[in-house]
Design a protein around this ligand. Structure first.
Ligand SMILES: [Zn+2]
Ligand SMILES: [Zn+2]
Length: 918
């Protein structure tokens, strides 16, 4: 595929040769005529370990700087990194590559790039290999992708393949890497609906970068056939390069694992805490680790455990390294936890400081999974390690990437999350145990069940496995269990990018409706002409009616023609065409006058502007991590769902309310601006996209500002012109709608007045019932409550005395077979009957059988301790007479039935049974 695409002048002019890998058959370009393989694992082992191909080594910070400087010197504009959570996209959750920063609007050509060409070091989080981290020596969950990108049009070519390969080669040479060791492997790239030729750049077993030339796009009618799919050429040709920052560092340092190169301080700290010996300067120890990484890091995930260890021990004895297998096993097992913690603590620091709040959905689920995975490693090492401490260290070490100011937020979230984890595990273990108990021994658990245990009880399969041993239940944990979880919760860009399955409107072909509600936000009536019509639906050339959208319901009102008027019940928008749903039909071509129900519109508008104000107030009070998870505006109230890691306190609600009302009183202008996407992002950042990411390249920004920016959001709703028009804002309630998401319900304007009046009515009514002033209400209510409790206690006491009296009254019973049997129909409640019966049977030789008066028959049977009678059995037998049954203990049984006719018979029957069984 693309074979011609790789015959570059650069290769030809500089003496590169094209060769075929003797292991995998791929083609690659190299300066070394003798090179046998493509230099990628597993065709080649990691030959750089212990013998790096470069004449100097750089740590990650130095490497990042070196790369950025190299490309800045060659005309590339350095960009600041983007967050790891892809706020500007709604098709993916986490950033997987530097090109994500520019998808979809820049790469589609809709929006100009922020600079061209540009260079960026973008932290990325990828979880498909999460189970391999710590085990293979090379997999990471967080890494930085160094990328230089150019965006080319036919009439505006920046640079394409020749320059890209030359830059790459010069860069690696500048780094001191021996150029004879570099191989450029031909590797067509297909993904996310795009495709193009690409070169993998390999050095001694490690792919250090990928150079992708994106020039094709999936299209059913395309003429280019790739893997059975059709493609057409793209207008915009994108150079998408990705250099692994950590891999470059690893290659130049030649450490036995990538973790030893990237996290030396972190690992140093952990081994010191553990008192673990990790002597990388010991030749045999180094060899052992090198060979381990060569085996685990160059093969697939099924190659592990005993099989891998067998091969490792063989390799060691070939090299005359004398080590105990048991010792090696233990070392590797502990190292795996240490490496995993070094990796995960960094990933967690990055995710939390970039504003992800743990929850059970989306990115919140993923960070929770990482935290719990790290906590299990901490537990496994059984030492005084604290995850919080590890995360703090990572934030200090990586201060060039992670904002220091985020520390207190990260700690607060971690504290909550760790506490929640231990509570969940304790409870979850009990639930899982109960389910295991119900299974037969020897049975095995399905993977679905393991996922279910994790998602509903928070119990990881490793814990399930421990628990199941007791019940002899087999548990087979898939090697990629966590990756499976992550995949289920991560959206995939692969399926969502290209063809959007848009519903085609039946009104397609009509011109887009002119939205007068934007031009004249205060107008209430308008004139227009019907340009599309059918029974129940009308399209006008222009309209003041706001169609439902962005959590704001549609306007209502009326359309008036010369001879009739038609109520508008709903308004919607399809492809720019606004459809009015009416009662009846208006003919095409007819002029109409429209009148918007202003009370409704202004209430919705106030609630919409109030939502923006509340959002910003919440960010101010709770922190920057707060993100809108949903919103709904209505006439009486509005609600906003926020990501937050704990319940919002009463004090915080009052603060939010106070700040929101302050903004109202400050009379701040609410501006609506149409901005290009890149300008809007530059000015306001990604918090623009609280309410979702618009598709267009021009964005309507609603912007509450005075001197400083208070709030700015991409929003298509109707808004007031100044905050003072919103009127008073009142938070009505908060609710936890799911773990990590808090719902605020509030009102604005007249709705607030009505809510406050209603609450005052309730209070006044209550005060008048107590016959006191409003001020005295709390004290009075408390006094009444205390007295009420006191009386309850007195009533209990009186009942006790009454049961003593009743017992006296019922005694003595009838002597029979040496027993004293007390049998009677009594006028008592069931509790009293019980007290009376137990009082009577507290002395030796007595049986008491009581039935209540009334249509429902209560039965209480009791006997003295020393008698060998099961009163529950006797009660159930005899209660058949009253069509009922009961329960209790062998000494005292309680029950009843609904047939009063059988009352006497039931007692007789019970007496008979007692005499028979004694
Ligand atoms: Zn190969
Ligand atoms: Zn809005």
């Amino acid at each position: 595929m693309f074979e011609e695409e790789y015959r570059l002048d650069y290769f030809k002019d500089n003496g590169f040769v094209r060769k075929e890998c003797m292991e995998c058959g791929s083609y690659f370009w190299t300066l070394d005529e003798e090179m046998k393989t493509c230099q990628d694992a597993p065709c080649t082992e990691f030959d750089f370990i212990g013998d790096p191909p470069a004449d100097r080594s750089l740590d990650v910070d130095e490497m990042r700087e070196f790369f950025i400087d190299f490309f800045a010197d060659r005309g590339h504009t350095p960009l600041d990194r983007y967050p790891v959570v892809a706020r500007w996209r709604d098709d993916v959750l986490l950033v997987h590559a530097s090109i994500y920063d520019f998808q979809p609007h820049v790469t589609s050509g809709q929006v100009p790039p922020p600079a061209n060409p540009l260079v960026v070091s973008q932290p990325c989080i990828r979880l498909p290999d999460v189970d391999e981290v710590g085990r293979t020596g090379k997999h990471q969950t967080a890494f930085e992708m160094l990328g230089h990108h150019s965006f080319n049009r036919e009439d505006d070519l920046v640079y394409w393949k020749e320059e890209t390969v030359e830059y790459c080669h010069e860069f690696l040479k500048d780094l001191g890497i021996d150029e004879e060791l570099i191989a450029y492997k031909e590797h067509p790239w297909i993904g996310g609906g795009n495709a193009g030729p690409s070169l993998e750049v390999n050095v001694q077993g490690l792919e250090v970068s990928t150079l992708v030339f994106m020039n094709l796009e999936k299209d059913i009618g395309g003429e280019i056939d790739l893997d059975g799919e059709r493609y057409i050429p793209l207008d915009l040709n994108v150079v998408d390069t990705g250099y692994g920052l950590e891999r470059l560092t690893w290659v130049t340092e030649g450490s036995p694992t990538i973790y030893d190169s990237v996290y030396p301080d972190m690992i140093g700290y952990i081994i010191e805490m553990l008192g673990f010996d990790h002597p990388l300067d010991d030749e045999d120890y180094f060899t052992m680790l090198r060979e381990y990484t060569n085996l685990a890091g160059t093969s697939d995930k099924d190659y592990r455990d005993e099989k891998l260890l067998d091969d490792l021990m063989d390799k060691l004895s070939d090299q005359n390294v004398d080590m105990e297998r048991q010792w090696v096993t233990e070392k590797l097992s502990t190292l795996r936890s240490i490496y995993t913690l070094a990796d995960h603590s960094y990933t967690i620091a990055l995710m939390l400081s970039d504003g992800i709040v743990p929850s059970n959905v989306e990115e919140g689920y993923l960070v929770r999974m990482m935290i719990r995975r790290a906590l299990r490693q901490v537990e496994r090492l059984e030492k005084d390690l604290s995850l919080k401490c590890l995360v703090e260290k990572q934030m200090d070490i990586h201060s060039s990437i992670i904002e220091k100011g985020k520390k207190s937020l990260v700690f607060e979230i971690l504290d909550e999350e760790v506490e929640k984890y231990y509570k969940t595990v304790e409870k979850g273990k009990r639930m899982v145990k109960r389910e295991l108990q119900d299974m037969g021994s020897g049975e095995s658990l399905s993977t679905d069940k393991l996922i279910d245990f994790y998602d509903t009880h928070g119990i990881h399969p490793t814990i399930v496995k421990e628990l199941s041993e007791e019940f002899d239940i087999k548990v087979n944990i898939p090697a990629d269990f966590n990756a499976m979880l992550a995949e289920m919760h991560e959206k995939s860009s692969e399926d969502t990018v290209v063809e959007s399955d848009k519903v085609i409107s039946e009104w397609e072909g009509l011109p887009e409706t002119d939205p007068l509600y934007y031009h004249n936000p205060n107008a209430r009536t308008f004139d227009s002409v019907v340009i599309g019509s059918k029974e129940g639906e009308v399209i006008l050339d222009r309209t003041l009616f706001y169609p439902e959208g962005g959590g704001q319901p549609a306007d209502h009102g009326v359309l008036i023609t010369e001879d009739s008027s038609y109520p508008v019940n709903h308004v919607r928008k399809e492809d720019g065409i606004i459809i009015h749903e009416i009662e009846g039909e208006i003919e095409e071509g007819e002029p109409v006058k429209g009148k918007v129900d202003w009370d409704r519109r202004i209430a919705l508008t106030r609630h919409h502007s109030a939502t923006h104000i509340i959002m910003s107030a919440a960010r101010e009070v709770l922190g920057d991590h707060v993100w809108q998870k949903g919103a709904k505006k209505d006439v009486d109230s509005a609600r906003l769902d926020l990501s937050h890691f704990r319940r919002i306190s009463r004090k915080e609600i009052k603060d939010i309310e106070r700040i929101a009302n302050q903004r109202v009183l400050e009379d701040i202008p609410v501006k609506k601006e149409e901005l290009t996407r890149d300008e809007a992002e530059k000015r306001f950042g990604f918090k623009l996209y609280q309410g979702g990411v618009p598709e267009s390249d021009i964005i309507r920004v609603v912007h509450i500002s005075d001197v400083e920016d208070y709030d700015a959001q991409a929003c298509g709703g109707t808004h007031v012109n100044s905050t003072s028009e919103v009127g008073p804002i009142k938070v009505l309630s908060t609710q936890r709608i799911q773990d990590g998401v808090e719902r605020l319900t509030y009102s604005a304007g007249m709705a607030t007045v009505e809510h406050v009046q209603h609450q005052e009515d309730l209070l006044k009514e209550t005060a008048s019932k107590f016959n006191v002033d409003l001020e005295d209400l709390p004290d009075t209510a408390e006094r009444f409550f205390t007295e009420w409790k006191q009386r309850g206690k007195e009533i209990e006491k009186l009942k006790k005395y009454r049961s003593i009296a009743m017992a006296e009254e019922l005694l003595p019973g009838e002597e029979s077979n040496g027993l004293e049997i007390v049998m009677d129909v009594v006028d008592m409640g069931s509790k009293e009957m019980l007290a009376t019966a137990e009082r009577i049977s507290s002395e030796e030789g007595r049986v008491v059988l009581l039935a209540s008066e009334g249509d429902n028959v209560d039965l209480v049977f009791s006997r003295s301790d020393e008698l060998d009678l099961n009163m529950v059995e006797i009660l159930n037998e005899s209660a058949k007479e009253v069509h009922g049954g009961g329960g209790g203990s062998p000494k005292t049984a309680q029950g009843g039935g609904s047939n009063p006719e059988g009352r006497k018979k039931a007692l007789e029957k019970a007496k008979e049974l007692v005499l028979k069984r004694i």
